[in-house]
Design a protein around this ligand. Sequence first.
Ligand code: ADP
Length: 503
Amino acid sequence: MSNKSLKILFVSAEASPFAKTGGLADVAGSLPKALIELGHDVRVVMPKYKLIKANFEYVTDFPVKIDNLVETCVIRKTELPYTINNKKKKQIFYFTDSFRYFDRDGIYGHSDDADRFIFFCKAILEMLPLINFKPDIIHCNDWHTGPLCLLLKEQYSFIEFYSNISTIYTIHNLEYQGNFPSDVVRLLNRGYDVFNAEKAEFYGMFSFMKTGLVYSDIISTVSAVYAREIQTPQCGERLEGLLAKRTGDLYGILNGISYEEFNPETDKTIARNFGVESFEDKKENKYALQKEEGLPVSDVPVIGLISRLSGQKGLNLIIEKIDDILRKDLQFVLLGAGDDYYQDQFRRIAAQYPGKIAIHIGFNAHLAQQIYAGCDMFLMPSRFEPCGLGQIISLRYGTIPVVRATGGLAETITDYDLDPGKGNGFSFNNFSSDEMLDAIERALQVYSDKPDEWNELIVRALKTDFSWNVSAKKYEELYYHAARMHGRAVDAINDQPKKRIAE
Ligand code: ADP
């Protein structure tokens, strides 16, 4: 079994380079490629949002029933060219296209999101025989894909074509659960039999996230630390009990990033390419960023932050200490989109501190690369962080992370002061603005007083390997395991913990 080439369908509501709001898109854009390198047939499916302008090849169309509506789904396809290990390859992406559900602005946040993503889940299952692709594994990601696990287990698996398909459900962020009023059950067109506490019901709501957790053969999340944290009331978002029951089927596998896409030696979007041998050229990116941002061009340390502006990201700690931070001899560049509250706060701060801080509200992939390359430090004081990609991308660009030690941040960043031999950043434990400020001050001190040590930190960061090399093999192992475990899902909730194979 374990040498068999698998057919894997990777299901995601967003994927780079087509649509992105956060780390899920990075993973959906890069993990499948790493799995293809291991010899598997991996295809990605996502909705065809209006913002995806390309006119992809028509594959097929069919009706999908959503409550009393019958809507046409058009399946489109593209073969995206890419280079990996200096080889030119192509990757298959399918798109579910629907005039009613996806031909509109934005990705999430519509009042009919439940309808849209149940349509997505149903369309994917209906599509498979028509495109003649019978996956061994369907890899679902986050709440948008939970009902697919339910429909497969409760309905489609009784049909021969689907009977051997296993599911993995990956939690990228447990906070976003897709909980909707109970009448959403109607959209499944299968009665209320699944609406009970053992299955899809969650405090009186229909929970997309819970359907994924209950009905998938295997659950994974994006770091081993977060896998443990979500089994506790502090991080479990009221699902800790269910997750603890399924602990034997719950794995933590750290995200990687594409070392082709994020490569300071070849990145065309940055002012000056650099690598381990030429790390001093990184400075040119700092000067270019300062110029671009209207900040005085100088050697003062520049702290960067690129983030969704949400409560999760610990932005309140920064707002609390902004006067202390900006009183120091440094500059700050922030790029983010999200909650109005944070947008307003940072706009106010920008007006108050011209020449010290540059703020960009919005999503800008191009500027993000310039910030990763141009800054000296990257700040992530997250309240919780399932994996976090910002710190990983920063390391790739020799930018030293200052983070709160939680979830994937705790797993990837070792505090330099605690372990100068291995340290690759600065971290603090408690969610406290004083501790954050202390970590920033410690980083600034090494930057200013010990330039040789700082340079060593840059080189260490540039040499770190957080590509998919290790983690893709762990997913592969999990897929084989899922195939063996197939069919357990709901019943597994009552089973004893099983031997762990990957963490
Ligand atoms: P999350 O998935 O919680 O948003 P991650 O750190 O896992 O956080 O991933 C965030 C990804 O989104 C990174 O690739 C980051 O560079 C990118 N990103 C976040 N906000 C922006 C933005 N405003 N503009 C460009 N890229 C962004």
